[in-house]
Design a protein around this ligand. Sequence first.
Ligand code: AHR
Length: 479
Amino acid sequence: HTARVVIDPAFRIGEADRRLFGSFVEHMGRCVYGGIFEPGHPSADPLGLRQDVLELTRELGVSVVRYPGGNFVSGYRWEDGTGPVGDRPRRLDLAWKTIETNAFGLDEFMVWARAAGVEPMLAVNLGTRGVQEALDLLEYVNHPGGTSLSDRRRKHGAEQPYDVKLWCLGNELDGPWQVGHKTADEYGRLAAETARAMKLIDPSVSLIACGSSNRGMATFAAWEATVLEHTYEHVDYISAHTYYDPSDGDRASILASAVDMDAFIDEVVATADHVGAKLRNRKRLKISFDEWNVWYQSRLQHDLDRRGWVEAPALIEDDYTATDAVVVGDLLITLLRHADRVGVACQAQLVNVIAPIRTETGGRAWRQSIFHPFALTARHARGTVLRTEPVTPSHDTKRYGPVPSLSTVAVHDDETGALSVFAVNRGETPLSVELDLRAFPGLTTTEHLTLDGPPRRLDTAGRITVELAGASWNLIRSS
Ligand code: AHR
């Protein structure tokens, strides 16, 4: 079982944008309450921000964090979460059948984002709300001062505007589960008008129109086409979401999940470019892949059905396996391979809710298996992404038919000269991979990192052979 990969600095895809290593904090389950925020926790600061979670967030290497939803945002009144905490209203959150106390809101999130060293990415509510409320939020967040809303922000402690650049125009409005679900025409019109008006307040913002909730939606592709016909000239990104469910125990298929993500990206790009051509618009949109992960989805309905209205219930706190970590690593490889067209990506979510970081309320915080491929990729995928065309065996899967066993991408750090090759063996059989690095004569040492053992030293002499275990994630780093 052998494969071969030639790596050459001439095969440039694009920059490894830091924004590809984003995450997501939604008011859902214990992501905010008991996750990033828990007044009274031994590690909490005076505002209630858990320092143990902040430390793990920094270690994870997250760049952008999307907030406050998700399905939650489609019924959210952002101003509820601002001002004196004692005056904030308790509300019903219809998305997760939860009581929202609003003890944590926009201003607390901004303090948290600064402490975490991440770029905030905000979503406006286009489910139950519209243009005016989106404008009010943008004015509160980005306008310097001298108006009612910007002065309200200053009164709440933020003298300087937050200067948020990334804005999602609603969330998953193609989904019948969404509060305020819309047809593509209804949403497209609303998103276009919201975008146009938002750019009047702040032309420097980048706007993201909602694409499909997943590739399996009956409206997939038609939704993107219609929404973009309305919004193309006003937006910068179209979103994509996907979750891969290992519940049925079909390990061969779950290990091949990235094959689906890869095709999904190609199809969204083709659809967006088709609309661009039709509109004679030469601008090229990028994808904001702002929700992706492995998710044991079958458990959610069960969690929601068995209870009434409560505050911050534990929701979809999935325990991840070593196999799930390999899948997450391969999904990151796929996002990097599309670095020319995917400009933002957010793993969903950051803490407790299908997350790399887990916590006990009042107790410890820890890393799940999927933390490690994310942290290693975020740390080492710096510089120029290089296309690799592995010559690889393939194997059969129930969900996707025959799939290439080897998935790879290379990133060359132009400053340090280091070369990182990320590789996943999706098959169960060990794979012997010949890496042809002759186009990088300056490299002298190579290390092979995996998720389950100490790093191994390899000889670097133009061509090296690396043994990849079955179902494994690997980083081969040369300098
Ligand atoms: O991340 C969990 C949920 O999945 C989000 O709220 C929603 O946007 C998606 O369906």
